[in-house]
Design a protein around this ligand. Structure first.
Ligand code: ZN
Length: 249
């Protein structure tokens, strides 16, 4: 069995048996990897409490050729991100962040850019005073890396440039902005303010650390959130479990 060593973030998992657990990682070198952590559920497991959701560490795993389930050899935590498991609001945002990757990418497709983005958003969600804003920047960049960045400059139907005026309209099914003349042709229009569109345009060209410093009125942030979660649902083809939880908070 080939042995691999890579940076990895725990993005999911479930119990396999009384002693073993399946852990889903997003790894820097190998993309999404599912692996069995033997004995992880035992009281005196050699993994201790290291394999918790959001943990970022150094993973060593045995690849089982032609199998999708590999075997964890060791996992050394670099950043435990424990704050994300202790603060309910941050936990829900971080859960959405990792679940979107777990659902949105196929196993074995490595993307160092996506790994960097995920590592960065977990770091920022832990410490930022504006985690909800950082989260929207993350979703926008995630959509870009998955190939679903919304068109934010011109109408997706007639290709006319759309100005940042009040009541701009975006359509997830059509992939972006729809101008006032074409609006009647879409059934899933979401209306946003000039401030919401301004944020989306600015954030698509900014790093998460820059987005963390942007100030956005609560109403515009809510519009941005509604817009980007609708585009994420469209891209993933379903609603994430963590978003259901978010809606009930
Ligand atoms: Zn148009």
């Amino acid at each position: 069995m080939p042995l691999h060593s890579t940076d990895a973030i725990v993005i999911g998992g479930h119990d396999l048996s009384e002693a073993d657990r399946i852990v889903v990682f997003y790894t820097q070198a190998g993309g999404k990897v599912r692996a069995v952590a033997e004995g992880a559920r035992r009281l005196r497991s050699r993994f201790g409490g290291s394999l918790q959701l959001f943990s970022h560490g150094r993973l060593v795993y045995f690849e089982r050729p032609n199998r999708t389930l590999h075997k964890v050899n060791e996992f050394g935590v670099v950043r435990s991100h424990h704050v994300l498991r202790e603060d309910l609001d941050r936990m829900v945002l971080a859960s959405t962040a990792v679940e979107a990757v777990a659902v949105g990418v196929e196993e074995g497709e490595a993307s160092p850019d996506l790994f960097r983005l995920l590592a960065e958003v977990l770091d920022l969600l832990e410490g930022s005073p504006r985690p909800a804003l950082v989260m929207q920047g993350y979703i926008l960049h995630l959509l870009r890396l998955l190939g679903f960045l919304p068109e934010l400059l011109e109408c997706v139907h007639c290709r006319t440039a759309v100005a940042a005026v009040p009541d701009v309209c975006l359509s997830p099914s059509q992939g972006g902005l729809v101008c006032a003349r074409c609006r009647s042709s879409v059934s899933d229009a979401i209306v946003g303010s000039a401030a919401a569109l301004g944020f989306l345009r600015g954030a698509s060209g900014s790093t998460l650390r820059l987005i963390d410093r942007i100030s956005l009125a609560p109403q515009a942030l809510q519009q941005v959130t509604d817009i980007l979660y609708a585009f994420l649902r469209q891209a993933l083809g379903r609603t994430l479990r963590s978003q259901d939880v978010q809606a009930r908070l």
